[in-house]
Design a binder for this molecule. Sequence first.
Ligand code: SF4
Length: 227
Amino acid sequence: MKDRRLLFAELSKRLKDYFGEPERPDGLNPLDVLIETILSQNTNDRNRDIAFKQLKQHFPTWEETEKAPAESVEEAIRPAGLARQKAPRIQHIIKWIENEYGTLDIGFICDWDIDEVIQTFTQLKGIGIKTISVVLMFACGKNVFPVDTHIHRISKRLGLISEKTSAEKAHSILGDWVPPEEAYSVHINLLRLGRTICLARKPKCDKCPVWDLCDYGRQHKDQGNPR
Ligand code: SF4
């Protein structure tokens, strides 16, 4: 699928010209990123950040989170939504890691084969392919391509995947097409595009730097904001 790789390379270039080259974060703790990403499921960044901050304020270490009464963890993370589901999952995941590896410092997973990390951690409830890929990308600096709600939506509009393709399936399809060295840049800049221009309800196609690469944009640009 060489043409798709070229399309991603062009997308990456255009988005870098428009939004700039994103800098990779340094020194993030993989377990922090994992818990933060679980909190981010089905909510926005702001609510995720409030919940994560409250959780850290109430329980400064992950050991304390794991040993706390479930209701207290639930209360702390309530702003992120689905607290009754997320709290026990987070506690179970911390406990499982401690039992399995005897430590909560899971920096060693960054030395593992990517597929092994994905296989191991997606066995746990609350950790899907997107969640663990976010950990691999942000905390381990790996060139994977997590497909979140923005990237899923934009990829459908661009015509890269069909309307019916699930986010999970999109992960493996798009992951094969993204040139590895562009994965981080195109991921971050697609998020920026999704948050500012390719909005869920009313995409601003007339302001989009990639409209001519986009099926939806080519059909609707001259009509202003069609939806
Ligand atoms: S042209 Fe419109 S639909 Fe396509 S990526 Fe840009 S904003 Fe989204």
